[in-house]
Design a protein around this ligand. Structure first.
Ligand code: 2B7
Length: 655
């Protein structure tokens, strides 16, 4: 049949045309990290973001209202949109079908969008499709456009091995992309539903009315979710504030300044002393903030102070409220869209906006509309100003308390309540010394006797550790237990904290191996996270792991940390005595030393923070009043992973 001949001919042409182009995609396969950051799970998910971002761009340009994402049973991904469909005609310069140019040429992006739409794919600027193709076993693109269904499949890293097919007639328009990440490239090819769901939900919040569905078709984890928010970022804000007693209905500011489109929603919460501002540029989260966040903050501060003076809450002689005070309890989404030519990212991870125009633009929109909001909502503004004044007072008290701490630190003779608590190490060697924070006096006693006194210091903690997530900083600084920890570490506190000044290379939390112990650990970690975060980032915070069992034979003693280990160690020996330790206090000094404190024999778990932006929320859940979710949280999320890191695991709101 003639088709054979035709195929042959077409194939030939495609091969010839492909030579140079394939080299392009080879570059991606040679150094995938340069294009998608890494080839681990993070890089794998990056492929999904690239494809979905193109669908979002199309929706943002005003075409299409629906994006479907499917995780197929074999961990391949299908994304479809109902936009215009990628143009299918022959590309004028490349003289090949346009989809081929887009998927098979590096840097094909951008120039096809004649509409001047915003590029959301922050990093790759539209080259995303070809990068995904290059890193896939296969990729099939199906386009519904001009009444026809166009389809083409690329294989083995994006090679063009067949000509486009016409699958018949259609009345719909849109693009569907089905791809399978190449197992030769990625260390993991298993998609994480929660992670994709999180991101899809975020995008749906940011683009009001856009419907995104996510379906998992994998065996055993079948599910489907739909994200659509008719109130956009206002709903984003209310989801974040739902347990924090919001004071006002979410405010909504919108404006276009200097070619930048700005959308802001915010609420104040009675049950929060933090600020929680999430910012986005072209729908990409800017974790490290940048000029748009700076503009937002100064806009709020200016509006607040002007309003406070106008209504007489601040008198002429009073100083201005400072930014921190007016933002206490604020929850806000700052979402801006910037034309590509103005985009400028900074910082090591490029998560920070550098565009100078964004500061002025966001500040003016925020200032004007926040002032209006305050004028229109007199009662609420009054209580917000009261809240800010209280915050200012608390800040002043905290400053005094901090000075007090500083004085305490400077004094050579410590106040009575501190003497005798810390058992210091003999030598002062911050690069080697270790501080053990020990639960209870009796364990503290064993630890004191058992330690290597040359470099190990012991600080016993009596009673309950203060929940620093639930009290203001002034309360934190009144707590004896906390003060003695601050003094022992000797590197300051809060904004003044300097990890490089720490008296200890390792600060080791040593508690009983039970739920109470785990609770004390989380309370201490909450404190470190909030007030000495750099100590965690510097990798200096550890958790000790005391054994659960002591196994005694005739003249031999062994320890076990898990039930399985216990069974293994007992084997089929008889005459074994097994002791289940209920707490550290049951161990004598020698036992504590050789199981838990002796470098070389002990196992220490270094504390790291898995996903910083979520950690704060997790702490809130953890430290809330409900005991039950807290216990569940500990059981679900305190995981000891292969690298022996205590990881505060990803926690996604499950609704
Ligand atoms: C920068 C490149 C990749 N493109 C278009 C037009 C529509 C369109 C796309 C897309 C992902 C999963 C299904 C423009 C843009 C290429 O040029 S990409 N829709 N959807 C997509 O990739 N979805 C377009 C102007 C006129 N008509 C169509």
């Amino acid at each position: 049949m003639a088709t054979d001949d035709k195929n042959k001919k077409v194939k030939q042409t495609y091969d010839e045309d492909s030579i140079q182009v394939l080299q392009g995609l080879e570059a991606v396969r040679k150094r995938p990290g340069m294009y998608i950051g890494s080839t681990d799970s993070r890089g794998l998910h990056h492929l999904v973001w690239e494809i979905v971002d193109n669908a979002i761009d199309e929706a943002l340009s005003g075409w299409g209202t629906l994006i479907n994402v499917i995780i197929e049973p074999d961990n391949s991904i299908t994304v479809s949109d109902n936009g215009r469909g990628i143009p299918t005609g022959i590309h004028k310069v490349e003289k090949r079908p346009t989809p081929e140019v887009i998927f098979n040429t590096l840097h094909a992006g951008g120039k096809f969008d004649a509409n001047g739409g915003y590029k959301v794919s922050g990093g790759l600027h539209g080259v995303g499709s070809s990068v995904v193709n290059a890193l896939s076993e296969y990729l099939t693109v199906t386009i519904y456009r001009d009444g026809k269904i166009f389809q083409q499949t690329y294989r083995n890293g994006g090679k063009v091995i067949e000509k486009p097919k016409n699958l018949g007639d259609t009345r719909k328009t849109g693009t569907t992309i089905h791809f399978k990440p190449d197992a030769k490239i990625f260390s993991s090819t298993n998609f994480d539903y929660k992670q994709i769901a999180q991101r899809m939900k975020e995008s749906a919040f940011l683009i009001k009315g856009l419907k995104i569905t996510l379906e998992d078709k994998r065996d055993g984890s079948e599910k489907i979710e739909e994200f659509i928010f008719d109130n956009g970022i206002k709903e984003f804000v209310t989801t974040m504030t739902k347990d924090k007693s919001p004071i006002n209905e979410p405010a909504f500011f919108v404006g276009d300044v200097l070619g930048i489109h700005i959308e802001i929603s915010l609420q104040y919460c009675a049950k929060s002393y933090n600020e929680n501002v999430l910012s986005f540029v072209n729908n990409i989260r800017t974790r490290d903030g940048g000029t748009h966040e700076v503009g937002f903050r100064s806009g709020i501060t200016r509006a607040f102070n002007e309003h406070a003076r106008m209504v007489g809450a601040l008198k002429d002689k009073d100083p201005n409220l400072d930014g921190g005070d007016v933002r206490e309890g604020i929850v806000a989404i700052v979402s801006i869209r910037i034309p590509e030519q103005l985009l400028q990212f900074e910082g090591q991870t490029k998560n920070k906006l550098g565009t100078p125009e964004a500061k002025q633009a966001v500040e003016s929109v925020t200032y004007e509309q926040m002032k209006n909001f305050m004028a229109e909502n007199g009662k609420i503004s009054e209580s917000l100003i009261q809240k800010a004044l209280t915050a200012a007072k608390a800040r002043e008290k905290a400053r005094l308390a901090r000075d007090e701490v500083r004085m305490v630190k400077q004094k050579t003779s410590k106040p009575a309540n501190l003497i005798g608590k810390l058992t210091p190490a003999q030598y002062k060697d911050p690069s080697r010394n270790e501080l053990f924070l020990v639960e209870g006096d009796s364990a503290g006693g064993s630890a004191k006797q058992g330690r290597d006194r040359t470099f190990q210091a012991i600080l016993p903690l009596r009673g309950k550790v203060l929940n620093t997530a639930k009290v203001k900083v002034e309360e934190v600084l009144k707590n004896e237990e906390i003060i003695s920890i601050i003094n022992a570490i000797g590197a300051g506190f809060g904004a003044d904290f300097d990890a490089s000044k720490s008296n200890y290379d390792k600060v080791i939390i040593m508690t009983d191996a039970d739920t109470d112990g785990a609770h004390i650990q989380t309370l201490l970690l909450t404190f470190f996270f909030r007030y000495m975060k750099d100590l965690i980032d510097a990798g200096k915070v550890y958790i000790a792991t005391p054994p659960l069992y002591k196994i005694a034979y005739k003249n031999l003693v062994e320890y076990a940390w898990t039930d399985e280990e216990l069974r293994m160690k007992i084997g089929n020996q008889r005459n074994v005595t097994i002791q289940r330790y209920k707490g550290l206090g049951e161990m004598n000094a020698e036992q504590l030393w050789e199981t838990t404190m002796c470098p070389g024999k002990r196992t220490l778990i270094r504390v790291t923070i898995a996903e910083e932006e979520l950690a704060e929320d997790r702490m809130m859940i953890l430290m809330g009043d409900d005991v039950e979710p807290r216990r569940e949280w500990i059981e679900d999320n305190v995981v000891f992973d292969a690298e022996d890191s205590f990881i505060l695991e990803d926690l996604l709101a499950d609704e």
